[in-house]
Write a protein that binds this ligand. Structure first.
Ligand SMILES: [Zn+2]
Length: 482
């Protein structure tokens, strides 16, 4: 399973109970300076109305006013300024034509928000920080380089492939991330281990063909070198405030305040804000922010031609007891097995909240050829898994789900890792559902063994078949380019 940019509020991987037990038992968490956090929520510290002129009766609030109020909230919480990012944009070669942008915008921006933040002229795309009002220019991309170079031809010999096995593995990290399944007898499959074993086997297959590979982790550990217990929760909470600032809860607090003081007071009392600054968020910040960004850094430094992100999917069993939702990580009879790959896209309206996200979107929009290569690569791999392992293609049946279905098991979705890698083909694989009874049984078989971090770990023929299908998909994609 994967987590999208703004799912922190909805998708709580870690409950307070689990975090408490795990951290208390094994990580000896040094308690964060609790008093420090509480200072953020002290009503006595609300500044006086020095900026009253900005605040109008709620009915009259326009987009510019909303933007200015949002900045006041950021200032109050000491949300750090974002970098300029113009250098990243100036480095883009092979900018596509406006006609090509408009075609892929339907996939990258299905909710049509792009034009609220960007203006396109014949010579440049200008980006703005404020939605609709477009008063604060923040980036630009020259369109003078419009041309139609032939797509870069790849060959297997010397091809650079980065492989990112999702999550970590081991009981500790499995509990913290929730990425495991247990059957009724207590047998466990860890997604972090399945991902790593698959990645190592894909790497082995590709190396035989002369491919240069990079794997983001070789062991059942995070990629980041930051220790879990020393992550600065407040620091991440501040960035998270900016990230969630176009969300409904944030916008409502901004719009429904008659004075500056009332607005600050509303934020200070907000359970959402308190939650973001609380210790409960440590796991999410570590797994979904710090560690994913470390993976992106490692991949970028390698300058790959292709990146494969490897995951196995599962569906939690959800029951409601006495009004409480209970999620169980169990084998699910009746669950339909599906294979799919995600390419970047389907930015949601609330996901335009940071300059970094807008810059990344622009980089994807500006390079339609790269986008089309990601789709081709993904279709090639998913087809091999579909054919060789007899797994049907995933189809998006839920109109509210934030994806665009591109057919044959390939869907566009705004995932953190793919969003941050705009220069080459990226395929984010959810190979199959490992908590269907048949897959759980097949993947639990101990047909072979491999050494990881000095210990022996068994794996199944089924997992080897998945790895070979992925490798065959890469080969077919590369050869199809000739
Ligand atoms: Zn996963």
């Amino acid at each position: 399973m994967v987590a999208r940019m703004t799912t922190l509020g909805r998708l709580h991987l870690i409950t307070g109970t689990i975090t408490g037990t795990i951290i208390g038992a094994t990580l000896c968490l040094t308690s964060l300076a609790q008093a420090d956090i509480e200072a953020e929520f002290n009503l006595d510290l609300i500044p006086e109305d020095q900026t009253l002129e900005l605040v109008q009766p709620p009915a009259k609030i326009g987009p510019l006013e909303i933007y200015k109020r949002t900045q006041l909230v950021f200032d109050h919480y000491k949300v750090p300024e974002e970098p300029n990012y113009q250098t990243e944009l100036d480095q883009i070669e092979n900018v596509g034509s406006v006609g090509e942008f408009n075609k892929i915008l339907q996939i990258l921006d299905p909710k049509k928000q792009f034009s609220k933040f960007f203006s396109i002229s014949t010579t440049e795309i200008q980006g703005f920080a404020d939605r609709s009002s477009k008063a604060y220019a923040e980036m630009s991309l020259g369109l003078t380089e419009i041309e139609s170079d032939e797509p870069q031809k790849l060959t297997l010999q010397g091809l650079k492939v980065a492989i990112d096995p999702g999550h970590m593995g081991t009981d500790l990290w499995d509990e913290l991330s929730g990425k495991y399944i247990k059957d009724s007898k207590g047998n466990k499959l860890s997604e972090g281990l399945l991902n790593l074993q698959t990645a190592l086997l894909v790497e082995e297959e590709l190396k035989k063909l002369g491919v240069q590979t990079l794997i983001t982790r070789n062991d059942l550990v995070p990629v980041t070198s930051t220790p879990f217990e020393s992550l600065d929760v407040k620091d991440f909470a501040r960035k998270e405030l900016r990230l969630q600032s176009l969300g409904n809860w944030f916008q409502t607090l901004v719009k429904n305040s008659a004075t500056t003081k009332a607005m600050f007071s509303n934020f200070l009392k907000s359970s959402k804000v308190k939650h973001l600054f609380s210790e409960v968020m440590r796991g999410d910040y570590f797994n979904l922010r710090e560690d994913l960004d470390a993976r992106v850094d490692v991949i970028e430094k390698f300058e790959p031609d292709i990146t494969l992100v490897i995951h196995y999917d599962a569906q939690d069993k959800i029951t409601v007891k006495n009004g409480k939702t209970i999620r169980e990580k169990v084998v699910m009879p009746g669950l339909k097995n599906r294979t799919k790959a995600y390419v970047v896209g389907a930015f949601q309206p609330e996901e335009f909240s940071t300059r970094e996200a807008r810059m990344n979107l622009l980089r994807h929009v500006a390079q339609p050829k790269v986008f089309h290569e990601s789709v081709k690569l993904s279709k090639s791999i998913v087809k091999k898994i579909h054919e060789n392992l007899a797994i049907p293609y995933a189809v998006n049946a839920d109109p509210d789900y934030p994806v665009v279905d591109l057919g044959n098991g390939v869907l566009a979705r705004n995932l953190r890792v793919s969003r941050k890698l705009p220069g080459h083909a990226v395929s984010y694989l959810e190979c199959l559902f490992y908590n269907t009874p048949a897959e759980f049984t097949a993947l639990s078989k101990k047909d072979y063994a491999m050494e990881i971090g000095g210990a022996s770990y068994s794996y199944s023929q089924r997992l080897l078949d998945v790895a070979r299908a992925i490798s065959a998909g890469v080969v077919e994609y590369v050869e199809g380019q000739q």
